[in-house]
Design a binder for this molecule. Sequence first.
Ligand code: FES
Ligand code: FES
Length: 234
Amino acid sequence: MIRDVIGMHDAGTGERNGNAGNAEMPDDRSEQQSDPTAASEPSRRAFVKTAGLLGVASAMSPLDLIAEPAPSTEPGEPANRNGEIRVTMRVNTKREQVLIDPRTTLLDCLRETLKLTGTKKGCDHGQCGACTVHVNGRRVNSCLSLAVMHEGDEITTIEGLGTPAALHKVQSSFLACDAYQCGYCTSGQIMSAVALLTEPCGPADDDVRELMSGNICRCGAYPNIVAAIQQVRR
Ligand code: FES
Ligand code: FES
């Protein structure tokens, strides 16, 4: 018999576990005596109890077994159980502190968290330039940069460039040269053009085209965009 082979004793003797003082033993014995299949009954009970306990344990999230860490106030450290991180940066000369998912791009942080919607989302893949902003004075595709990487950085968006009453000279030039049609790419074009003014760039239109090649205009306003930039440079 296979039970002999694996070392199980005959059921019904009550001597199997030597647990005569256990309060459950009388029930176990009566079941064993009336049921011809009772040989496996005590072990089945034990199994069900154990499985129940294991089931409870496995249904618990690993997070339930770990004490929740105290919220951190350190930059770059998770600030809460959702894993959000506190980031402080200066946006358009104003100090901003945000609590964000570490996967948030700078573009989404600006648009969704800070409600600065002048910066546009075009491709969201670094290919169109619509999301161009300045980080510490240099142009950056904000869709390719995580917001958590900008702790302490100085960010400038189109909203921080000029005001309706006092436009930046590049903004005025775009207006004068009619350098846009639908306008969707325009904030990115202007942010790139402003950065270009401080970059090494030859005098020719082709030099401007080369340095503006990361900014796509689906309306094809390129001749007017180049003219607007050259008007400021001359
Ligand atoms: S949206 Fe960032 S490059 Fe297109
Ligand atoms: S003005 Fe329409 S995409 Fe450039």
